[in-house]
Design a protein around this ligand. Sequence first.
Ligand SMILES: [Zn+2]
Length: 89
Amino acid sequence: MKTCRGCHRDLSLEEFHRNKNLRDGRETKCKTCRSAVAREHRDRYRGYLVAQTRKYQRENREYFREYNRSYRKRKHETIQAGAGVPERD
Ligand SMILES: [Zn+2]
């Protein structure tokens, strides 16, 4: 048995992921806690990424506007020339 550092339950070792770097070869938090932490971390990170992207786009609005305009123009010209849709670079 081992006590989870997250939920403080006494659980069998099977409830802990293996980690050979740790003294007893098992994680300090049970699988349930580990996955909860991972999920929370992922959600927070995703929120952060979205915020960063929005901030970046807002700060570079002119650049994106110009970029989209030139892409549309290039796409239009390429399609007119019968060469299909160009790759975005
Ligand atoms: Zn736990």
